[in-house]
Design a protein. Structure first.
Length: 228
């Protein structure tokens, strides 16, 4: 799966082409047990079974990754989740932004299946991980949904509330400090304000208050009819 990023930072922005051949979702990635339990209960409220262990790594098809501003889903019971996205390209690790868009109806039957059925929107900008590693915890992820025609804050929280990416990477690789070339990992989310719910559009951002910059992406959700 070919992805194209604009790497921001330094004297000038640079284009980066990435051949993604493995996509991993790190689920239940909260740093403290209380935050994890909150998200587990949030999903349990809509019928999602508890995870067998935390964190839990879901492999999904790399073809689900998309940088489009529109995705198509089956039915009307899916929703997005803002998360950081880390990947390795040309021997260096980068960070961007992703939405683990998930079918909530199917999630009550099988979490892995629900993640496999929906596209995973990614931003088109990225930063070098080395530029943000020291102040990772100070960065903020945030999302908005469209509700009754208005833009509504849906998620917001510091990355300090989630497991650091190097810890998640080590858990997936068996101890390695970097992802293999061409591998991307979606690194966990924060709770939804007012509960998990679908919306016709989803906007997300990763804010770096130390370097005064952000990565943003938005997409619309087109619902396809469910027919028997």
């Amino acid at each position: 799966m070919e992805l194209n990023f604009t790497v921001e930072g330094g004297a000038a922005a640079q284009a980066l082409k990435v051949d993604l051949n493995q996509l991993v979702i790190a689920g239940w990635a909260g740093r403290d047990r209380a935050a994890i339990e909150h998200h587990i209960e949030e999903l349990a409220a809509i019928g999602v079974p508890r995870p067998s262990t935390v964190p839990l790594y879901y492999r999904v098809a790399e073809s689900l990754a998309t940088q489009a501003d529109r995705i198509e889903v089956l039915g009307t019971e899916s929703s997005g989740e803002v998360e950081t996205f880390v990947f390795t390209a040309k021997g260096e690790m980068y960070v961007s932004l992703a939405s683990d868009h998930t079918d909530r109806k199917l999630e009550t039957i099988g979490v892995a299946m629900s993640k496999q059925i929906c596209a995973k929107p990614l931003a088109r900008s990225a930063w070098r991980f080395s530029e943000v590693a020291r102040h990772w915890d100070e960065m903020i992820i945030r999302s908005y949904i469209e509700e009754n025609g208005a833009r509504v804050l849906y998620q917001e929280g510091p990355l300090a509330s989630l497991r650091p990416p190097l810890e998640l990477i080590a858990g997936f690789t068996g101890g390695a400090e970097a992802l293999p070339e061409g591998t991307g990992m979606i690194c966990g989310t924060v709770g939804a304000i007012g509960g998990i719910r679908p919306a016709p559009s989803f906007a997300m951002e990763l804010v770096d208050p130390v370097l005064g910059r952000s990565i943003e992406h938005a997409y619309r959700i087109v619902s396809l009819p469910e027919v028997a």
